[in-house]
Design a protein around this ligand. Structure first.
Ligand code: ITT
Length: 205
């Protein structure tokens, strides 16, 4: 029997990155788009880890499948860590990536380059339904330090990629290829560790 692993994200851009980061595992990776429609759970946790676990637990229970979910966002020092866990809806419910980037660039307009430090954080959570009494739960985190650019540059990636310049680079994530971004990104780092855990788990199944 093939082992299935569900990617529990309603964000197609994120799900595409996760599919690529989890390629090569000895299991069939499927996304929410391959299954019946389900409303996303309310993300009411106060940390990335809380929300990642909340999503993985919800989708795993709903579909009866092992599930990985990711909660991620951008934390800007000059804004005391905002938008943080509210990154997806920083400019309001239903806003676009462009709305978020515009609001962020406006908020940082008074700040000089060295004051525009920020980091992306990604929490990856894996939850497998209970075979005996308890479900299997595993969490990993990845971060990448950088700066918020003075304006948006580049067309690749998604979300805040056009305004995020990782430390040591002179281009934004949106000016990199997907492979270049994965090598240093918060998601690449969290899912490198998660993939190592999953390789062991699926090798043992
Ligand atoms: P799911 O909860 O269904 O996975 P979501 O987009 O709501 O989808 P989050 O709650 O984790 O996911 O919000 C993450 C937001 O943070 C995302 O919408 C982007 O705005 C931003 N973000 C996260 N990772 C990013 C990345 O690699 N590049 C750019 N922006 C990113």
């Amino acid at each position: 029997m093939t082992n299935k692993l569900l990617i529990g994200s309603a964000n197609q851009d994120k799900a595409r990155e996760l599919t690529s980061l989890l390629a090569g595992l000895d299991c069939e990776v499927c996304s929410l788009a391959d299954l019946t429609d389900v409303d996303a759970p309310e993300e009411n946790g106060s940390t990335f880890a809380d929300n990642a676990l909340l999503k993985a637990t919800f989708y795993s229970k709903h579909f009866g499948l092992p599930c990985v979910a990711d909660d991620s966002g951008l934390c800007v020092d000059a804004l005391n860590g905002a938008p943080g866990v509210y990154s997806a809806r920083y400019a309001g419910e239903g806003c676009s990536y462009a709305d978020n980037n515009e609001k962020l660039l406006d908020a940082l307009a008074p700040y000089l380059w060295h004051e525009r430090t920020a980091r992306f954080v990604c929490c990856a959570a894996f939850v497998a339904p209970a075979e005996d009494a308890e479900a299997t739960v595993h969490v990993e985190e990845g971060t990448v330090e950088g700066y918020i650019a003075m304006e948006a540059y580049g067309k690749n990636g998604f979300g805040y990629d056009p305004v995020f310049v990782p430390k040591g680079s002179d281009v934004t994530f949106a000016e990199m290829t997907a492979a270049e971004k994965h090598t240093i990104s918060h998601r690449g780092r969290a899912f490198d560790k998660m993939a190592a855990f999953l390789r062991e788990r699926y090798a043992a199944v």
